[in-house]
Design a protein around this ligand. Structure first.
Ligand code: ATP
Ligand code: MG
Length: 471
């Protein structure tokens, strides 16, 4: 009797049923394992299928050639062949045994002939359940089903052994705490506390990918708190534990670290936005000053943007992600500096500076409000409401998202008789500045400004602007 929630796994349209035929014809064992089994038991959507097999990687690749749309052999050295078929990803890994890793970044994999050994080398018991195919009987030597029911993350072997084999598993512990909402077992947490520095041998790319998955969980705050408390965050994102500043004597500001977790939880799970939420206040410890009026963090957004950029580069995030996050950190205080209401020019400048990040910036600013005082909360949210209304209002009257001067660089060059170069940029900057200050204005006024600029710069008077000279 197959549990009802697993029945879909037998569908002839899905990879398990299709692949078991191919593998048994080849005389090889094939099991469904890992996240797909776990998620099926949890009744979570299963999109990717993980398999374990007795077949060696070359053999797996050969079998998949006949079935898949594309086969990826990049992971073959570690035993994994991946493939895509009908929009789904499958990963088939040869049964593994020891993973040797003498402080080098590259693991040495040896293969095994049985599923039990393979399961013992997996990260957590909940991920170490195999299902036979096509009958779907559970192979569960480490009581993964018990831990699934208890919602616990436990390593199949002693955690020191598991984490020693692959220190990335320490980060995966908190990643799964975030994505599954499971609790890490206390012995596993103790092992992380004791051996966190082993994470140093793991590549930045692998760390980045786990951090990304952690941050895209519905509410990663609790997992982030555990990550910091365990000491592991210190190993790859020290800015975060750095936020645990002692309270200032007047209690004027909240614990910045707790505030950060709350802000992350409030934002929608978008990588750029979540990274910005995580890092938005990292400039605070370095800019903190105690003055007669209490504590201040002058220019923490500038310092923080620089720190965020540096950290995200070190974690090998793509350039666009790094720049977008740094820009959001840089701009996150902007609406608060405009307490006296929004002039048209202030709205234009805000829209111009935020550019494509406008929606995320507004959301970050809103999420940044974690005050316990409903009155203060309401006041700040109203300020952002007002800002958004003003943006909408102004967009109806003028093209806010494509603000540019009424004449372009070619027209400036033709008129002034100068070639391309920084001088053209200087004039355009001036013209754009007026566009932001005053809103749309006619080309003739722009030519007049260019003429004034030329005369002041000692260039020959270009004469009356085109279109205004007398015929
Ligand atoms: P997700 O739903 O996020 O994909 P997953 O459990 O499928 O989660 P993957 O990273 O896709 O996680 O890995 C698939 C399976 O391979 C895991 O369930 C686990 O059994 C095993 N695994 C992956 N990475 C490791 C690792 N570093 N150490 C041990 N086992 C691992
Ligand atoms: Mg997976």
């Amino acid at each position: 009797m197959i549990p009802e929630r697993l029945e879909f796994l037998q569908s002839p349209d899905l990879p398990p049923a299709q692949l078991i035929e191919l593998f048994s014809d080849a005389g090889e064992q094939l099991y469904l394992v890992g996240g797909s089994v776990r998620d099926a038991f949890l009744e979570r959507p299963v999109e990717d299928f993980d398999f374990a097999t007795s077949a060696r990687p070359e053999r797996v690749a050969h079998i998949l050639e006949r079935w898949a749309d594309v086969v990826y052999e990049v992971g073959a050295a570690f035993g994994t062949i991946a493939a895509r078929k009908d929009g789904r990803t499958v990963e088939i890994t040869t049964f593994r045994d020891e993973v040797y890793r003498d402080d080098t970044r590259k693991p040495q994999v040896t293969f095994s002939d049985d599923i039990e050994t393979d399961l013992s080398r997996r990260d957590f018991t909940a991920n170490a359940i195999a299902l036979t195919l096509p009958s779907l009987d559970a192979v569960d030597p480490y009581d993964g089903l018990v831990d699934l029911a208890a919602r616990t993350l436990r390593t199949p072997l002693h955690p020191e052994v598991s984490f020693g084999d692959d220190p990335l598993r320490m980060l995966r512990l908190f990643r799964f705490q975030a994505t599954l909402g499971f609790d890490p077992d206390s012995t596993a947490v103790a092992a992380v506390e004791a051996m966190g520095q082993r994470l140093e041998i793991v590549s930045a790319e692998r760390i980045r990918d786990e951090l990304t998955k952690l941050l895209l969980a519905p509410a990663p705050g609790d997992a982030l708190r555990s990550l910091v408390a365990s000491g592991l965050a210190e190993r790859f994102i020290p800015e975060l534990p750095g936020l645990a500043m002692e309270q200032d004597p007047n209690q004027r500001h909240k614990d910045v670290l707790e505030h950060t977790f709350a802000v992350v939880d409030k934002t929608t799970p978008d990588l750029v936005l979540r990274l910005a939420a995580l890092l938005h206040d990292v400039g605070k410890p370095d800019t903190r000053e105690f003055g007669p009026d209490g504590v201040s963090f002058h220019h923490h957004e500038v310092v923080g943007a620089r720190m965020a950029r540096k950290r995200l580069r070190a974690l090998r995030y793509p350039k666009e992600v790094v720049e977008d996050v740094a820009e959001l950190v840089h701009l996150h205080l902007r609406p608060h500096t405009l307490k006296l209401g929004w002039s048209d020019s202030a709205v234009r400048r805000y829209v111009r500076d935020a550019g494509a990040l406008l929606g995320r910036l507004n959301e970050l600013v809103r999420s940044d409000v974690t005050t316990a005082s409903p009155r203060r909360e309401g006041a700040i949210q109203r300020r952002i409401d007002e800002l958004e209304e003003r943006i909408a209002e102004l967009s109806e009257r003028e093209e806010l998202d494509r603000m540019r001067p009424p004449i372009d660089g070619h027209q400036v060059m033709d008129y002034l008789g100068i070639g391309p170069g920084p001088r053209v940029g200087e004039v355009l900057e001036l013209l754009l500045e007026r566009r932001i200050e005053e809103g749309p204005y006619p080309p003739a006024a722009a030519y007049a400004m260019a003429r004034e600029w030329a005369i002041e710069a000692g260039l020959p008077d270009p004469g009356p602007p085109p279109g205004t000279e007398e015929e």
